[in-house]
Ligand binder design. Structure first.
Ligand SMILES: Cc1cc2nc3c(=O)[nH]c(=O)nc-3n(C[C@H](O)[C@H](O)[C@H](O)COP(=O)(O)OP(=O)(O)OC[C@H]3O[C@@H](n4cnc5c(N)ncnc54)[C@H](O)[C@@H]3O)c2cc1C
Length: 263
């Protein structure tokens, strides 16, 4: 059972500036870490490997320093790692990011299952996983809270929907995005760090390694999203005093919530 895990390097701080012109986060020189949700994706792959064998490959798209999180994944037990990096990938929106990842995965090619985190702590769209699967033309399931069974040709999972639990069986190869807490992520191992140091090499791929090397499909060129305006959430300190019986008050609160579109 060969698994690919998509992991992303995200800012390790909340004080990140946004370029007002392009709407792109200014990431240079800021502290970075692995997207916390991707630790659950990695742990899922490691648990599957313990039962089914095979190899785990981690992949990230980002600047060269995103290789740091690939090393971190080695210290947890991942076998191989890829960094998709090219100046032409800069300014990628969700579509271009997913397309780039799908091209990298086509290059790696030998996989039964792809695992993504639920979402990231910076972009936060939760769209990359399903879009990667669509570009690869493979089935996908999101919100996976449990792996129930892995057969020869299919995987059965439990999806944690908002109010219900749904069981789905889908054919391999496929992509799943996993919920926080599917398994408790292990800590990177000091022993593995010593074993890995200077022995495991990162694989770097750029646009010229892909089947599709048309620059128009990557980075800002390949991004249909237009950022209209970026602004910090408005904080209002307005107070309203309501008076009346419990019934009056509940009706007034209800109307106010509807008026402010909270309901
Ligand atoms: C116009 C525009 C320009 C942008 N320019 C930049 C830019 O220059 N640099 C930049 O970093 N961001 C940029 N972004 C943000 C970038 O589009 C998103 O961060 C990216 O598409 C991932 O989306 P997300 O963070 O919402 O991921 P989600 O969909 O929330 O992530 C879900 C899962 O997908 C996987 N995943 C997501 N991203 C990656 C990745 N890069 N590598 C591997 N796995 C991944 C992980 O498993 C993750 O848990 C830009 C966005 C827009 C709209």
């Amino acid at each position: 059972m060969n698994t690919i895990v998509c992991i992303k390097q995200v800012p390790g701080t909340t004080s990140v500036e946004v370029d007002p012109g392009t709407g792109v986060l200014k990431r240079e020189g800021i502290e970075a870490k692995m997207n916390p949700y991707d630790l659950f994706a990695l742990e899922t792959a490691l648990q599957i490997k313990e039962v089914k064998g095979g190899a785990i490959t981690s992949i990230t798209m980002g600047p060269p320093q995103a290789g740091e999180i690939i090393y971190e994944s080695f210290y947890m037990g991942v076998d191989e790692g890829y960094v998709l990096t090219d100046r032409k990938f800069a300014g990628a929106d969700v579509v271009a990011t997913s397309y780039t990842l799908s091209q990298g995965i086509r290059k790696i090619s030998n996989y039964d299952l792809i695992i993504c985190g639920k979402q990231t702590t910076d972009g936060d769209t939760a769209q990359v996983g399903p879009e990667v699967a669509e570009f690869l033309g493979i089935p996908h399931v999101a919100n996976v809270g449990k792996i129930l069974n892995i057969g020869k040709d299919s995987i059965t999972v439990q999806m944690n929907m908002e109010e219900t639990l749904e069981i789905q069986s889908i054919k391999l190869p496929c992509l799943i995005t996993v919920e926080k807490d599917i398994y408790t992520p292990r800590l990177p191992s000091y022993k593995k760090k010593i074993q890995t140091k200077d022995k495991k090499q990162l694989n770097y791929l750029s646009i010229k390694d892909f089947t599709d090397s048309n620059e128009q499909n990557y980075g800002l060129n390949g991004s249909p999203t237009q950022v209209e305006r970026i602004f910090p959430p408005e904080v209002s300190k307005e107070k309203i005093m309501l008076e009346g019986t419990s019934e009056d008050l509940s009706e007034k609160i209800f109307s106010l919530l509807v008026e402010k579109k909270f309901m």
